[in-house]
Design a protein around this ligand. Structure first.
Ligand SMILES: Cc1cc2nc3c(=O)[nH]c(=O)nc-3n(C[C@H](O)[C@H](O)[C@H](O)COP(=O)(O)OP(=O)(O)OC[C@H]3O[C@@H](n4cnc5c(N)ncnc54)[C@H](O)[C@@H]3O)c2cc1C
Length: 407
């Protein structure tokens, strides 16, 4: 891999991938690949040696790390890695001014090889369908991202106070742009870094979680299917399919959880606080394997990113690196009272509960018959009764985790 200054080479990151693509391409064009990672007198200069008929080809693969902020410690020594894995905060401490510099991109259009007999497959052939992002409220492209960031910059100072309240315009909503590269992570981080306010500092620490999860996935690719903390792979979840379907279809009877799942199903986005709440609920109230929820999110989220999604799910399930402890189990009612105190977010997505008071809307099953009548919602008919009892479910979870930890 060639870095911004054109010198640093990194074989463990995109470099290795780029090399593989180049090898496949050469083979597909009738070349014989003779050697990779050539370790001769020109070591470090030649990635692939191939033969095209009588012609000997020396191929240098140039790739560029654009997506993460900080290098994922390619040739990391064990102690350093252990230190970083202590948590995202330690990762934040590694950030330097150099990481925030824009990469100098040399125009290379005129230097690319011209190809004959090779057509790129169309998006339709790759299985994509035409859609209209504007109907989802996504303003696409770099212009869309910069308009969004301009709007957020004016609100950044209050980020730390507003970000946890889904009914308020607190976060940046930039995740889909970060996911698809229509905004520069370095430009965003630099703006936060050079802002002395508390809101900017907290936002920067959130951007760092993204990098942190990239790094964890980079060093531990097995987490794509397994727990970061291997002892938790022994967890036996009952995985009741009917409960899982109720969660996906926003029929759990817990208003904040259902409102959040409707936001996801209708818009392809879910507020961060709610991602934590619904993930905790699926694993620790419904006792379903975190991988089921991770898969569902992957299919629904417009900002789906393997590293962040896996990191978020393993954080909620307590199986991950720097995760919340297993005994920390969100109470879906108190989370609702705390982060949607007036029930505004709930009413937006669960209009069945519009007639409930600010107090009733968080746990509508507690209304008596007369109150249900007055609210215009009969529990069990207009809105489901709770799928599980939180206190009982919590006790089961503690048992499940304790059993594994005792082994
Ligand atoms: C169960 C679960 C699944 C998640 N899945 C994804 C996913 O597939 N893709 C994704 O981008 N984020 C994911 N997140 C992280 C976070 O919820 C979203 O990044 C955030 O809600 C996006 O909204 P925003 O851009 O307004 O965030 P802001 O609060 O404005 O944050 C700015 C950016 O920082 C990054 N960020 C913030 N929080 C996190 C975090 N906890 N982990 C990693 N990056 C973070 C994102 O790139 C985000 O766009 C997940 C979190 C959880 C708990």
């Amino acid at each position: 891999m060639t870095e911004a200054d054109g010198t640093v080479r990194d074989r463990t990151w995109l470099g290795a991938y780029g090399e593989r693509v180049a090898v496949d391409w050469l083979r597909g064009h009738g070349c014989k690949v003779l050697a990779r990672n050539f370790k001769g007198p020109h070591r470090g200069e030649v990635d692939i040696i191939a033969r095209d008929g009588k012609l000997l080809l020396f191929v240098e693969v140039k790739t560029r790390r654009e997506n993460p902020l900080v290098r994922p410690l390619d040739a990391v020594d064990k102690t350093k890695q252990a230190l970083i894995e202590r948590g995202a905060n330690a990762w934040l401490k590694r950030l330097t001014d150099r990481d925030l510099q824009a990469h100098v991109v040399k125009p290379s259009k005129g230097q690319l090889a011209t190809q004959s007999g090779f057509t790129l497959p169309s998006l339709q052939q790759l299985g994509f369908e035409t859609t209209n992002l504007l109907t989802l409220g996504i303003n696409p492209g770099m212009s869309g991202a910069s308009a969004l960031f301009a709007d957020f910059k004016a609100r950044m100072a209050a980020y730390h106070e507003r970000r946890d309240f889904p009914a308020r315009k607190g976060p940046s909503y930039l995740s889909v742009h970060l996911r698809f590269g229509t905004v520069s992570i370095r430009a965003l981080a630099a703006a936060a870094w050079h802002d002395a306010g508390r809101g900017a500092a907290v936002w920067l620490s959130e951007l760092i979680w993204r990098d942190f999860y990239f790094m964890i996935l980079h060093h531990h690719p097995r987490i794509a299917t397994q727990s970061f903390r291997p002892e938790y792979d022994a967890l036996v979840f009952p995985n009741d399919k009917a409960r899982f379907d109720a969660w996906c279809e926003a029929r759990t009877g817990y208003p904040l959880v259902d409102a959040a799942m409707r936001q996801l199903n209708q818009t392809g986005y879910m507020h961060n606080r709610l991602r934590m709440v619904v993930a905790s609920f699926l694993v620790k109230d419904l006792h379903i394997d975190w991988r089921w929820g991770e898969r569902y999110f992957a299919a629904q989220l417009n900002d789906f990113d393997l590293a962040a999604n896996n990191g978020g799910w393993q954080w909620a399930a307590s199986t991950g690196c720097d995760a919340q402890p297993y005994f920390r189990i969100f109470n879906p009612v108190t989370q609702s009272e705390k982060f949607d105190p007036k029930g505004e977010f709930i009413r937006k997505y669960v209009p069945e509960l519009k007639g409930c008071s600010e107090r009733q809307v968080h746990a509508p099953w507690l209304m008596n018959a007369a109150q249900q009548q007055a609210a215009g919602t009969v529990i069990g008919r207009d809105y489901p009764a709770p799928l599980v009892d939180h206190a009982a479910a919590r006790a089961v979870t503690l048992e499940l985790y304790k059993r594994v930890r005792a082994v």
